[in-house]
Design a binder for this molecule. Sequence first.
Ligand SMILES: [Zn+2]
Ligand SMILES: [Zn+2]
Length: 179
Amino acid sequence: MSVTIEPAPSGRAKCRACGRAIARGELRLGERAPNPFGDGEATYWFHLECGARKRPEAAIEALAACTSLPTDAMELRSLAAVGQAHPRLARVAGAHRSPSARARCRHCRQQIEHGSVRIALDIWEEGRFGGAGYVHPSCAAEYFGAIDDLPTRVTRCAPEIDPSVLAELIADLRGTGPG
Ligand SMILES: [Zn+2]
Ligand SMILES: [Zn+2]
């Protein structure tokens, strides 16, 4: 794997983590890996903050090798260090109301109630994030190991989140929510 931090030459590339475009001229994290769909290598791009949250190992390696550091390099490094210490945090992919009672929590293995808020997980494999199930907000502290900035992680990956879902998530994380 080789990594890089460089300015985006156009505004066309989308961040693999949040799906939004990376603005022209903005520094971005690039991760080169063998192309799973053909020959040669593919480069996957991330906003720096998204990369520090979702690809902490790559972000730390790229920051260490970068000669013209971004102004927020220290914050990015500490964000990535938290991700290294608690690797499951990189799985946070969003939050939503459970559309059914079929899914089981990856932590406690109990069903997640229909209509209750659940945290969605994903895992990076071969150049894409694949869905990896859900956890109860009440199980988040034990599952992730650190939940101080969990709402920020959720909104970073899911900027369109319903405000009522976010409010319920925050309440559940504090242990004051229903259930
Ligand atoms: Zn992003
Ligand atoms: Zn649970």
